[in-house]
Design a protein around this ligand. Sequence first.
Ligand SMILES: O=C(O)[C@@H](CO)OP(=O)(O)O
Ligand SMILES: [Mg+2]
Length: 414
Amino acid sequence: MDSIIEDVQVRKILDSRGNPTVEVDVITWNGFGRAAAPSGASTGSREVVSFPEGGVDVIVSEIEDIIASELIGMDAEDIATIDEVLREVDGTDNLSAIGGNTTVAVSMAVAKAAAASYNMPLYKFLGGNLVNELPFPLGNMMNGGAHAGVNAPDIQEFLVVPVGAKNMVEAVFANSSIHKKLKELIQTKDSNFTGGKGDEGGWVPNITNDAALEIQAQACEEVGDELGIEIRPSLDMAASELWNADEQKYIYAQDGIKRDTGDQIDFVKDIIDTYNMFYVEDPFDESDFDGFAQLTSKVGDKCLICGDDLFVTNKEILAKGIEMNAANAIIIKPNQIGSLSETYATVKLAKENDIVPVVSHRSGETTDATIAHLAVGFGSPMIKTGAIGGERIAKLNELIRIEEELPNPKMGEF
Ligand SMILES: O=C(O)[C@@H](CO)OP(=O)(O)O
Ligand SMILES: [Mg+2]
């Protein structure tokens, strides 16, 4: 009774890039849940479609009523059934009729309303009373590729993980210290640096990939020494954006270099060895399971090789990756698959097969902090959600609050 849905409301709001997105309110007899959907820039081709034709306006003017009439009277606790109803309402495989961003925002708002109906935080509603692990923040420090301008490095994201942090507060502030340190270090390499930032709050320097890798490592070492904790460099190469299918090469425009798959394997392996990388995401094109598998077999014992565009949070595609030993980590973005229950199914399969699930933001975000709760509730040892900027700190600060609430908090285990 407490969690019976009484109303569903959809509105158009801004995302961090100034684009429209959907926010959904779900009202139950005794609760209320609100969630907003993010948007990607370097999207995987097998992701569900974010918005229907006509965009957010059509969702508000036409789809809201259809969803509300289906969901009113249902029990918000029954998330999986509600997610099925949303898929039925849509009727397509890729959610193009009502949009994966619509379904995911409804799905997350339903879960939050169910939790609120019983006066519970979402992480506890999803994970139970015994969850006590917090995710290490994978923080974005410098941006290139599709998240930055023409003169930036080709590698999309230069990230760090404060693997030695003993708690969330220490981890979050270690990342912000690295961010500050990098501003100084960029200035030594790029005298025209304006302090400009990319879509996720990382700096956008006009320097080569090599120079960026060097100062990333230097910042980790210097700040790590100052704070007395180990901080490791990481990357999201978003290599689908670099792959030219006609030439069968990865194009590094900033460096004027083209690499075939063999060169790319050597290049990435060399970076991992040289800089002691903790984590490398999407080092190959989204269709190249074989390239992923080759790299994972070479370095998977010492580095997380993570599939984002490769797996698009899709359980069936992950199953193929598991069979091929393509990766040992997976990015978890609810709006790639369109619902909370399908997101959970993918996380579960990953964990059962020792694949590290990394709950993640998108490059276009809102101040919605739901993914902080998903990371804790699903027991994800790492969360990728930037380092600074309002829409990024919304999640990090929520994790600080969750740490304070937990009776026995500890950092996650890999
Ligand atoms: O590639 C990525 O991992 C993400 C988030 O960092 O970017 P986007 O949301 O543009 O896909
Ligand atoms: Mg990625």
